[in-house]
Design a protein around this ligand. Sequence first.
Ligand code: NDP
Length: 603
Amino acid sequence: MSSSTVTPRPAIDKVAIREKYLAERDKRLRADGNAQYLRIADQLAHYLEDPYTPRVERAAKTDHVTFTFIGGGFAGLVTGARLVEAGITDVRIVEKGGDFGGTWYWNRYPGAQCDTASMIYMPLLEETGHMPTEKYAHAPEILEQCQRIGRQYGLYDNALFHTEISALTWDEAASHWVVETHRGDRFTSDFVGLGTGPLHVPKLPGIPGIESFKGHSFHTSRWDYGYTGGDPKGGALTGLADKRVAIIGTGATSVQCVPHLAKACRELLVVQRTPSSVDVRANVPIDPDWFASIATPGWQGRWLENFTANQAGGNAEIDLVQDGWTDLSRRIRAKILDLPKDQRSPMNMLAAYEDSDYEKMEEIRARVDSLVSDHETAQNLKAWYRQLCKRPCFHDSYLQAFNTPGTRLIDTDGKGVERITEKGLVVAGVEYEVDCIIYASGFEVGTDYTRRTGFDLTGVGGLKLSEAWASGMRSKHGIHVHGFPNAFFVQPTQGANLISNVPHNLTDSGRTIATVVAHARARGAQRVEVTQAAQDAWIDLLLTGAGRMLGSPDCTPGYYNNEGQAAGPGAELYVGYPAGATAYFAYIDDWRKSGRFDGLAFS
Ligand code: NDP
């Protein structure tokens, strides 16, 4: 086709789209916010049971260890690895699951895979010598990488699985932590680390009648392969061949498992409240020859740095990773660079960002039309909000799954399921009888930190973490908190805050913690704590930044914006280093290397 015959794209009617965005948001706003969801407890507690690993009886621990880490996901594994590399081998990881892996332990639903390129998402690839098999690895390979890290660094020897913390209390006289668990352990630890993750407590929608359903049901993070047949490696879900199944929810999890369900079920009903934006995935196997050519010493660090530069400031001349996230940020940057230099005011830059967003979302909506045969279904699968209002999704067979005979979209027009009955579910007054309901309803995010962890850290003088953070999180680097000596938090906020590749934040924090602990031991210090002044100065610095990127009240409700409710106390503190993630990683590297550890008091 010659260029003269290409049909020009119609101009985007921004006013009409903005109105549509607001109308779709308004339809979904509800006064109960997070309270619409059910806490899984009591008669619903079976939804939390571990279907993957039997619980092994063991004697309670009453000993002393150098370092205890709460959580055996990426945060615990990378911190444990860095500690071992620094010569601190007496590390005990306490984990509620039956093995390492965290989110990848629990999420074994069919089709689960990473949404950020494996080369940067999977931690410690260079250290373990593992080559990812695909650009976006599937869950079993990521879980195996977690287990590989555990084995290589000897972290299994001292780990406590199927164990939940009941109390963590600082003993000032002895300068150590007292660790208590639901399994009767009561041991002491010089240092503690916390990496409990943001999305680890499954939630159920508070749909009236949910307890009355007499068929089979489970949450996607506790996939029942005993019922569905198949396995996490892609084995066919043969148990569903004669079943009518409903999956409730159309977020990132549902997008990945619906294509597998569509192939397997006699009938599949995909029950939607808000559509996801589903962009191209383009997964490919990784070629070992190509990998050998790039995997020269320091390769993963260079890839991480390059991804971050493309996302959050830095030299982004080249894009090694080339995934959905770098595409997004490169488009935004290109729009901003189109502005004449003297017109790059914050207002104009935000408008350029918005223009890039309209273009991207129009493309994503057009993609639905090009892939879904039924017109009405296609219209209902279109996402009407700015891309970062909800978690962007990427998939090459989700939308096509709606062309499978027997697969139907039940769109609830933003209202959700009305009722659950003994036999199925009701949407807009119509009852759909099903054999099985799968809840792809996500995880608690906006609830209290202590509700999600199940314990409250008790620091100096009995100070509780919930009190210290009553008006918002306060820390230095997102790691050290005044009043809680020898305790370290491993999470992105108040540090790099690089949301598009969380493992990078975690791996870097692990390095910081290992450096600080090694320094404390080398100088014979028993106690390390951030000073109040240093913590306050860090918070003041954070507040000079541009503020939060996610969570606009104009967005359709979801966990990115506290379900459309007021952001709550301290929301302005959920930010990162004002100069961006690339600058943060450079800053913290200098901080570690200086050997001064400015802001920390060792005694
Ligand atoms: P989400 O919270 O994103 O999705 C929950 C879904 O349930 C939404 O579609 C929600 O609709 C729907 N829902 C809630 N209540 C009702 C109701 N009453 N009736 C009908 N539908 C309802 O959970 P996910 O498990 O999909 O994803 C959680 C997060 O986990 C992701 O955002 C992502 O960060 C992470 N994840 C990452 C993956 C990866 O990296 N590969 C893969 C999967 C998940 P509504 O939108 O209207 O609230």
